[in-house]
Each structure stands twice: as structure tokens, then as C-alpha cells.
Design a protein around this ligand. Structure first.
Ligand code: GTP
Length: 347
């Protein structure tokens, strides 16, 4: 059997009812440092407050899927699972912005109910996480006994969903703002602002714990000509491809940034197994060999790279930038499509 409750009707029916929350719950939410911490705090407390076998939170992933972001208890539907919005109880709670209770999970034909029933649960209740007109996802609890949750439980779950919806919405907006402030919108690469933070951090870490690194500047060859010949959007496409190729070439601690129109910065921590000249050359070669095709027109492009090692007397990014820029200039002068390491004789 299924029961459904409109959140507005629930609040009408709940006139005079009070919801009582543990102080630790409210306190833990107040000090949560990230969206994930908020979600984990909420699922932990749902699990306890609703005497649940399982508590979870989904958020909208895209037009067709919700994603499980936090779980406490039974892992019948695992973390990060993308739950289809179609043909699931949780999907209907989300799209219809309605609290749904399924009292006999083993009789349901919906995917999420089947998965829960297969792991021994009999009742589940899903409430929409509302923020104004928008539904952000759902709060979900499940229990081993059938017909376990009452309308009072539905009132309380929806009340929590309304309260937490605001918190989640603000955190999502903050995440979006952080993303916009740190990302180059054309290519998705980390931008100059992040570069400035990361290079300063790398310099500090070098002076504090001796973790050395190499710093490279990469510049597209004859990019103006490419723009003139094929058009600005072809140039944009090439920028996107170069970023995608370079990012796949980064070994895990390597960091890549777009710091100007056709200029990129690379921080490459020193590591015995991957020699820097080879690392930078591998990137250069991957770009030179890449098959690029813009609107049916084959385009080949190359880059030049200048790099330098971190020195004990480097206290700010400027000296590193200056040395790499000189090496880059040498690479261009020598014919482009090459990598040069800074050599003090050229200073
Ligand atoms: N399509 C596109 N072009 C850009 C973008 N940002 C900068 N550019 C172009 O990049 C070109 C840079 O040209 P130059 O600095 O003359 O250098 P170059 O032609 O690459 O020559 P070399 O560096 O000497 O090999 C200019 O034509 C800019 O308009 C962008 O976001 N998209």
C-alpha cells in the first residue's frame, strides 16, 4: 500500500504540533564545514530520530537522475548510485513534491522499492527537499517492519526537509559561486586566481618541508594565425582540446591552469620516477599528435613550453614566472613545438 501527503496539507494537519530536535543535531549542522558534512549530519540524525534501518539523502543529478549523497545504516542502494527519476518511488516524491510512504516494499514494482525489499526492508518514506518552488532532492528513511511510519512521522520528516532545504540550497549556491570564481568558463581549467593561490602554497610548502617542484609556462604556437585562418570559434575549440589533453596528462600531484588567453601554467612536484623534461615533453607531444577536427576541418596545433626548477631563494611567484617565461621565449626562438628548461646562461 502507498500513502501520499501533500506538504501543505501536512502543515495544516500539524497545527499546534511541535517538533523537538536534539541540541547536538542543531549544533552539528551549525558547525558543518561543507555540503557533504551537512548531508552526513542530517542522514545520521534521520537514522536515529526515525528509528530507521536506513536513512539517506538524494540530490538532483540531472534531468533524469537523483544521486545518493549520504547514507546511514543499510547500504541496499549504495552511495553515489544514480537513481532514475522514472519508475522509482523516490523519483515520484521528487517530481510530485509529495511525501510518499510505501508500506509493503516487497509488493512494489519500482526499482528503489525492489532494492530496499531485497535487503530486508518493508516500509520506506521519502520527503521532498523543498526550497521555494524548487525541489532539490529527497530525505529518505526505511524500516524493516511494514506499515511502520505514521502520518506524524510524515509531518516530522517534511518539517525537517523544509528546514534543511534552505541550508542545502545555500551550500549549493556557495559551491556554484566557488566553482565560477575558480574556473575558466571556456575550458573548465582552473583559472589565474586559483593559480596564484596554488603557486604561493607550493612555495610555502617548499620552504616548510622541502617538497620541491618545477614550474612550466605553456603557450600555443601561432595561435593568432590559427584564429585568423579558421575563425575565433575554431580557436576556442582548440583551447578546449588543449586543456582536455593536458589535464589527462597530469600525474596526480601535477596542477594545470589557464592563466591568460593562450597561456597555461603547470606545477609539477619533483618525483624521482618521472623526470620533468620528459613530463613536459610528453604533454607537448600529446598536443602535437592530437587529431583535432573542427566542423570537418582538420587542425594541427603545437605548443612551446618553458620551465624552471624551484630555487631556495624563490619567495614569490614572480621569479619563477620570469625564469619560465625566458625559457619559453627560447623555445619559441628555437622554432616552437619544443620544451626548454631555464638555463642561467640565458638569463
Ligand atoms: N579563439 C580565442 N583566441 C584567443 C583567446 N584568448 C586569446 N586569443 C588569441 O590568442 C592570440 C595570441 O596571439 P599572439 O600573442 O600574437 O601569439 P601567437 O600568434 O600564438 O604567436 P606565438 O606565441 O609567437 O607563437 C591572439 O590572436 C588572441 O586574440 C580565446 O579565448 N579564444
Amino acid at each position: 500500500m502507498e500513502r501520499r501527503f501533500n506538504p501543505l496539507d501536512l502543515s495544516d494537519n500539524a497545527q499546534g504540533h511541535q517538533i523537538c530536535l536534539p541540541v547536538e543535531f542543531v549544533q552539528a549542522l551549525a558547525v558543518a564545514n561543507s555540503l557533504q558534512e551537512v548531508l552526513d549530519t542530517v542522514s545520521q540524525w534521520l537514522y536515529q530520530l526515525f528509528d530507521a534501518e536506513r536513512a539517506s539523502i538524494t540530490l538532483r543529478d540531472d534531468a533524469d537522475f537523483l544521486k545518493i549523497y549520504s547514507i546511514r545504516g543499510n547500504k541496499a542502494i549504495p552511495l553515489d548510485f544514480r537513481v532514475p527519476i522514472a519508475n522509482t518511488l523516490v523519483g515520484r516524491a521528487f517530481t510530485e513534491k509529495t511525501v510518499l510512504i510505501c508500506d509493503e516494499l516487497d509488493k512494489s514494482t519500482e526499482l528503489d522499492c525492489i532494492m530496499l525489499a531485497q535487503h530486508g526492508m518493508q516500509t520506506c518514506m521519502d520527503a521532498p527537499l523543498l526550497y521555494g518552488d524548487v525541489c532539490l532532492g529527497t530525505l529518505n528513511v526505511a524500516h524493516k517492519k511494514s506499515y511502520y511510519y505514521s502520518e506524524l512521522h510524515a509531518i516530522e520528516l517534511q518539517c525537517l526537509a523544509n528546514w534543511i532545504g534552505l541550508n542545502i540550497s545555500l551550500r549549493l549556491q556557495l559551491k556554484e559561486l566557488e566553482y565560477l570564481a575558480s574556473t575558466d568558463h571556456l575550458t573548465g581549467a582552473a583559472n589565474r586566481r586559483v593559480f596564484t593561490q596554488k603557486i604561493r602554497q607550493a612555495i610555502t610548502e617548499f620552504h616548510e618541508n622541502g617538497q620541491s617542484f618545477f614550474f612550466g609556462l605553456m603557450d600555443i604556437d601561432h595561435f593568432k594565425m590559427l584564429n585568423d585562418q579558421f575563425g575565433h570559434s575554431a580557436g576556442d575549440y582548440v583551447l578546449q582540446r588543449i586543456v582536455a589533453i593536458s589535464e589527462t596528462m597530469m600525474t596526480s600531484p601535477g596542477k594545470f591552469f589557464r592563466i591568460g588567453g593562450e597561456e597555461f601554467a603547470i606545477i609539477f612536484p619533483e618525483q624521482s620516477e618521472y623526470e620533468p623534461l620528459r613530463f613536459f615533453n610528453d604533454i607537448r607531444e600529446a598536443i602535437a599528435l592530437a587529431a583535432m577536427d573542427y566542423d570537418g576541418i582538420p587542425i594541427s596545433v603545437s605548443v612551446s613550453i618553458g620551465f624552471t626548477a624551484m630555487h631556495i631563494h624563490d619567495n614569490t611567484p614572480e621569479s619563477l614566472l620570469r625564469r619560465s617565461d625566458k625559457a619559453l621565449y627560447q623555445a619559441k626562438l628555437a622554432g616552437r613545438n619544443r620544451v626548454h628548461m631555464f638555463n642561467s646562461a640565458q638569463a
